[in-house]
Ligand binder design. Sequence first.
Ligand SMILES: [Zn+2]
Ligand SMILES: [Zn+2]
Length: 665
Amino acid sequence: MKKNKIAEIIPAIKIPYSQSQVYTYSIPSSLEGMIKVGRLVEIPFRRREIKGVVKKINSSDQKKSVQNLNIKLKAILGLDGSEVVLSKTQIELAEFIAEYYHTPLSLVVKTILPPITKNAPRKKIEFSFPKEVSASLKKHRVPNSKIKKLAPKIFKNQKSLLLHSLTAARHQIYLELIKNTVSKNRQTILLLPDFFDLQQFAGFYIKKLGEKNVAVLCSEATNAQFYQEWQKINTGKAKLIIGSRMAIFAPVKKLGLIIMDDEHNSNYKQWDQNPRYHAREIALKLTELANSKIVLSSPNPTIESIYKIKFKISLSQKEKMPKIVDMRQERQKRNFSIFSDALKDSLIEQINRKKQIILFVPRLGFHTFTLCQDCGYIAECRQCRSALTSRQDGSLICYRCNLPTKMLAKCPACQGARIKSFGIGTQKVKEEIKNIFTSAKHQIKICCLDSETIKNKKSQYKTYGDFIDGKIDILIGAQMVLKNWNLDNLGLIGIVNMESLLRSSDFRSQEKSFQILKQTSLQSQNNAEIIIQAYRPQNKVLQAVLSRDLNKFYQQELVGRKISFGLNYPPFSQIIKLIYQNKNARLSEQNAKKMYWALKRKAAEINAGQFEIMEPFPAFSYQVRGRFRWHIIIKSISKNIYLRDKLLEAVDKYWIIDVDPENLS
Ligand SMILES: [Zn+2]
Ligand SMILES: [Zn+2]
């Protein structure tokens, strides 16, 4: 008797986590032989017709239980016209992501599938090879003989490696590794942290390897552009896939190598929608599934990578010592400006030499807090009680709630009138700079690059471009100003107030501060001067940067994560952040507290020693689009996913679950 075949199918739409993610369909005889694992097919699903991916094909007698129950299976309607097929590796990877990130498999599959379209792209995404980048690559060239010696060493026996490198020269090494992989007839995925880096470097690889051999995947592409590049990979034509984090889902058939540039960059984490994945975690899994190799590259690798990857290679790098200015001595000299004499002199000198300047200021606004000088009252947000930032016009704002308030005429506590604002924000620095360069001969262009002035990625990249083109003289801002600039015309980088960098209480704050200081000091490769203003120059993070003993810092930090501040932070545990938001502030708080107690009870049921659950607290961005946000942090000490999922059974569908969050706030 002829056996009917049946297929297990993952629908490519978002199905809630609590519901089944895989459904069984019969294969009609007309389609027999055409249905393959990974094939995109059309299926009836809850009175709709949708697409799904074939996960497995069985003979119906293997599924006796189904027959015994006498359930009439629905039949697959047909093949999807696009001929898209996910590889076995991609399906395995999707299952891993769904499990690891506690997120629906159907949604992961939907994320991995390309945007299918019949339209040809109206134009190609062009990647030029900017002349500044080309010049920088030439300037920092590593001798060919050295690369030829280094490349085979990199992959002698080990499958994974950390590459400490910073100059643009690292791209020469990547290129050598890619060529080596091509010669073995295998493909490479090169991940870059953002679109700006793609604009800088994709052109280099296209020029070296030929356009037909390179595919670029990024969210800035139109659907038609993306799909065309995707097909180029799917057909095996592309030898190199360059892209931002989602390029890790490229349909490579013969993966040989993954290179992750600037692996410490937080852009690799998708934090704003599910699946909230980190490209590094997925890349490591993919190399295991595809039996390929991986290079994680960074001038300041993350603690997690240092812990996981044992083999390291460092490229020697020229680095000038930063100049540390003790601000207490400035005050003793009766210099009460926000700039030390050294920083001020250097600002003037660099501008006179027509050099460019970057000033790193971690805080937004003008002054960062407002105080009554009579009774010590600090102006706080009526909603979340955090200190209000003052703006240039004197009005106050809470950046956590985005809630503006009028300026205070008198103190609400003592009715006194001696109200004053303190602390240094980006706007304040900009004003002070203007005060220095008042004369007509200094026609300088200053730009603030912070989340208040830069509203989207597009304007962020435009500002980067303007700075590179020399249209901006002084760039002021927080995190966004720190990049691997490779700028020959950069004369100075200053950190105006190091202490505000160290203020955060997050478990990653030491590491992040270290990365910022390190990245700043690395810019000296182009002979830029580095000036760091500090009230506590003996600070251990700053000292670690100055000593250049990376290993010592990492060892200290690992010990810190293991035994200090509350015990067992990653990599010695897994952190899960639960996020709740509601338009009603009180309800939001109440529900967060209810959930906390439900989790405590559940943890006690499973094994209380396995978990540490922190009391709920309002998120750092407390009010987002009219909703009030609360967080609960769970530490899973054993990192056991089965136990973690048992605990998460207590969490209802209104909560967002973020596994391995970038921060706790
Ligand atoms: Zn007062
Ligand atoms: Zn607030």
